[in-house]
Design a protein around this ligand. Structure first.
Ligand code: 13P
Length: 252
């Protein structure tokens, strides 16, 4: 059985006090639950990481960052490297989010470099891929996703792929209220798994968690997550409210 995962991506929201309160509320909610349905991860802004690591006391919630530098250390003003992230107690980092790709011009090559550095530091990487609207409308979505995987991830060895979680986030569904239909999500997730099988073999393809992201909410999560190749979700806006986030986790 593949691991089910729900990860919250807080993006650039919540000040320190608000963020730590939310982390504490989520930790408390799951501490009182008898069984875990899957792995829950919260990916906070950098400044929340160390504080949140101290607050997530019950060991049920993993912690992640939303980006990292492509260099390990040195004169890179304003950057945060994977080992700094790891030193806070975080275990995950999101790499390749569409907002990083589009607003900060991060291309497949730099994303691969960041991914390798993060993995070599001992972090797990939530690697995001997904097409923009005109790529879907012109029927090029499979080509785009294939390129993102081939250039960004497939330079990794099979062993390194054990540190990867893939998140398929169609850009047209992010923060728009438009969700991919369960069929559209399943079709792309199946395609991603086939590409993994072609490159790394059946075992890697079968065990890779592939998350869906894009306007996931309590009302649509169950149907999307019930698709055979959808292993959970990467949640933006709905991860900022304890009730919505925990309700999404409960649909696993
Ligand atoms: P929304 O859930 O707000 O659409 O964001 C999805 C996302 O970008 C998660 O990384």
């Amino acid at each position: 059985m593949r691991k089910k995962i729900v990860a919250g991506n807080w993006k650039m929201n919540l000040d320190l006090d608000e963020g730590l309160k939310l982390a504490g509320a989520i930790d408390k909610y799951f501490a009182e639950k008898p069984a875990e349905k899957g792995q829950v991860i919260i990916c906070t802004p950098f400044i929340h990481l160390a504080g949140a690591a101290g607050i997530l006391k019950h060991g049920k919630i993993a912690l992640g960052a939303q980006n990292c530098a492509s260099e390990a250390s040195g004169a890179y003003t304003g950057e945060i490297s994977p080992w700094m992230i790891k030193s806070t107690g975080a275990q995950y980092v999101i790499i390749g989010h569409s907002e990083r790709r589009s607003y900060y011009n991060e291309d497949d090559k730099i994303l691969n470099k960041k991914t390798l550095l993060a993995i070599n530091t001992g972090l797990k990487v939530i690697f995001c891929i997904g097409e923009v609207l005109n790529e879907r409308e012109s029927g090029n979505h499979f080509i785009v996703v294939r390129r993102q995987l081939e250039e960004g991830l497939f330079p990794l060895t099979e062993e390194q792929m054990d540190s990867i979680v893939i998140a398929y986030e169609p850009v047209w569904a992010i923060g728009t209220g438009l969700t991919a239909s369960p069929e559209q999500a399943q079709e792309m997730h199946k395609y991603i798994r086939e590409l993994l099988k072609g490159k790394y073999g059946n075992e890697c393809a079968k065990k890779m968690p592939i998350l869906y992201g894009g306007s996931c909410k309590p009302s649509n999560a169950a149907e999307i997550f019930s698709q055979p190749d959808v292993d959970g979700g990467l949640i933006g806006g709905a991860a900022l409210k304890k009730e919505d986030f925990t309700a999404i986790v409960e649909t696993l």
